[in-house]
Design a binder for this molecule. Structure first.
Ligand SMILES: [Zn+2]
Length: 48
């Protein structure tokens, strides 16, 4: 079975808005299709 291609991002996981901004496709995020990259890793308060 082929997975239905996301109409928003077309499988890229990123959505480009009319103003040129690119953001992560929330639909795919919710479906768990794409993994959230840790570009900005929230600093843990716990330090060893
Ligand atoms: Zn998508």
């Amino acid at each position: 079975m082929l997975e239905e291609e996301c109409p928003k991002c077309h499988g890229t996981g990123k959505v480009r808005e009319e103003n040129g901004q690119v953001h992560t496709c929330f639909d795919c995020l919710q479906k768990g299709k794409i993994k959230v990259h840790s570009e900005k890793v929230p600093d843990s308060k716990i330090r060893i």
